[in-house]
Design a protein around this ligand. Structure first.
Ligand SMILES: *Cc1c(COP(=O)(O)O)cnc(C)c1O
Length: 470
């Protein structure tokens, strides 16, 4: 991380898991957007999630500009929704909205935070395969721009709820809905696979029903059109995460557009919008190359334009929902090293277990998915020969691993500051207080100054939730 690698100037670095503001000074100490890690640790404690605000904003802008430009080329428009589940705080919601993005939410809690961040309801989407009545009411109260329905029963539930609100004297517009499809296309990494019938909980299948009858997707779409309490905006597809090759998006888009044309032929209704979901991949390890938003936008929009031309239908407005690609690389986790323990392996090698003051409670992804991360000592330079290290947490689980394998200086010792790169997405948002470790704060850094966005949880917070049985 010593030199700002090529690409940093463009705001979307390639092959580097750190945010653009992360630079190691001549003194060996790393700065994040101008704030040195010793100061950050002294002011905020460790562990702490540290967000590089300018980097996050630049990534949000890069996505919006890439999709707007690619869509403008073919004569349509684009909307970028930030997938809030990756990390949602009031400030993050405000930042991405200021950069021209809208916000996707997946629960009443996410919806409330997006609204509290100042995002207008009209710029918010609500997802979920099992939305509660309370969540649907909250979405209607807020006037959300779209509700992505995920099942046939939800179509009727939502329409009935609108009718019930009207009957109770609450003026309620027809609910704007998109229908979430399962296209059979799954992607992640460099490959995608396509199947007909999907064995998963999300969406409505495009595969024909028994004896060649209507697919669940068509059945739900016809039902939406039958219900005057609903307004059909468009079709939605989300094919996976950490996708590095846009071919999967193009394959899914073709299926969605074919359904759009078939629905128009059958009902005369050509829906205006197609959402191709999120999943844009990032670099977690040095040398990995993120999916470039410009390349992704060009290829996806090209595929959409080709498919529409072949189908003889006008282009829809397009939307996409990146989460990880906007916030992941903008964040790092700052830890303090504690116990360092060499462990001799059967093959004679020694693995140095480096314990930090957090672990699977602040980053569950390695334990949950075998996710790989990169770590460096950030508080000092070291000339010591590197050793094979494993960064582990302080939880009562042997699977409590933060970084499976990384070379660290052989003199790594208690008190060192260690940073794990690219933890901005799905770190804090998936955090738990396992072992009753209070969850770390989210700290933002801009132009050398830091401030708390979400404060550190305290033992008093934990005790306040536990009301006892008196
Ligand atoms: C998770 C999710 C996203 C965001 O995925 P990323 O991998 O963070 O880009 C977008 N849309 C939907 C429907 C999702 O479930």
């Amino acid at each position: 991380m010593t030199d700002a690698p090529a690409g940093h100037a463009a705001g979307v670095p390639a092959g580097v898991p750190w945010s653009t503001g992360v630079v190691r000074g001549a003194d060996g100490v790393v700065r994040v957007a101008g704030a040195d890690v010793h100061t950050l640790a002294a002011e905020h404690g460790t562990p702490a999630y540290v967000l590089d605000e300018a980097d996050l904003r630049a990534r949000a802008r890069a996505f919006r500009e890439a999709f707007e430009a690619a869509c403008a080329q073919v004569g349509t428009g684009a909307d970028v929704y930030y997938a809030g589940k990756a990390l949602l705080t009031r400030a993050v919601a405000r930042w991405v909205h200021e950069e021209g993005l809208r916000v996707d939410t997946a629960s009443g809690g996410e919806l409330a935070v997006a609204l509290a961040g100042g995002v207008p309801g009209a710029d918010i989407g609500l997802h979920g395969n099992n939305k509660s009545d309370a969540e649907l009411h909250a979405a209607l109260d807020a006037g959300v721009g779209r509700i992505i329905v995920d099942s046939l029963v939800e179509v009727d539930r939502l329409a009935d709820l609108v009718a019930a609100r009207r009957a109770a004297g609450t003026p309620t517009d027809a609910a704007p809905v998109m229908v979430r499809l399962t296209t059979g296309v799954h992607a992640g990494g460099h490959e995608f696979i396509a199947t007909a019938h999907e064995d998963q909980k999300f969406g409505l299948s495009l595969a024909a029903g028994p004896a060649g009858g209507d697919s669940p997707a068509v059945t739900a779409l016809l039902r939406v059109l039958e219900r005057p309490e609903l307004r059909l905006l468009g079709l939605h597809s989300h094919i996976g995460s950490q996708i590095l090759d846009p071919a999967g998006f193009a394959a899914a888009a073709e299926k969605v557009l074919a359904l759009r044309a078939a629905l128009a032929a059958r009902t005369g209704v050509l829906v205006d919008e197609v959402d191709l979901g999120g999943g844009y991949g990032i670099a977690y390890l040095p040398g990995e190359v993120a999916l470039d938003p410009d390349r992704a936008a060009k290829e996806v929009v090209h595929a959409v334009a080709d498919a529409c031309r072949a189908l003889g239908t006008p282009l829809p407005r397009l939307s996409v929902e990146p989460g990880r690609a906007i916030v992941g690389p903008a964040g790092l986790t700052l830890y303090t090293v504690g116990t360092v323990k060499p462990v001799r392996l059967d093959d004679g090698r020694v693995r140095t277990y480096v314990s930090v003051d957090g672990g699977m409670s602040d980053n569950i992804r390695p334990a949950l998915y075998g996710a790989r991360y990169h770590a460096e000592l950030v508080g000092r330079a070291s000339d010591a020969a590197p050793v094979l290290a494993r960064v582990v947490g302080k939880h009562c689980e042997s699977g409590d691993v933060v970084v499976h394998e990384v070379q660290l200086p052989g003199d790594v010792r208690a008190g060192d500051l260690l940073a794990v790169a690219a933890t901005g997405a799905y770190g804090r948002s998936m955090a738990s207080s396992y072992n009753l470790l209070p969850r770390p704060p989210v700290v933002a850094v801009r132009a050398g100054a830091s401030r708390v966005l979400v404060r550190r949880e305290t033992v008093a917070d934990l005790l306040a939730l536990d009301v006892g049985d008196a």
